[in-house]
Design a protein around this ligand. Sequence first.
Ligand code: SF4
Length: 91
Amino acid sequence: MDENKDYLEQRCPRLGGQVSFGYCRMGPDDGAACWKIFDCWWEYFDVVEYLKKYLSEEQFNTLANAGPQPKMVSLVDLIQQAKKRTAAGNR
Ligand code: SF4
């Protein structure tokens, strides 16, 4: 199996031009992998397994949870934060 995937290229939906997997893995977000890396690369190879091997468990989990939260989750978070603020204000 060819382990080096950094040379693979595709069109980047964020930048609009060709980028390599190596760039996606190391470049765009302050030296960390791009939060869209799973979305962009899953059709080319098993990017999940590849990154699990390459990253520490903590780095992988951070990346897996990066990016915009679904709207419902954000709304639930906002409600919970408001409840906490209200509870803290009533003490
Ligand atoms: S992973 Fe990020 S940098 Fe790479 S192609 Fe997708 S959006 Fe662009």
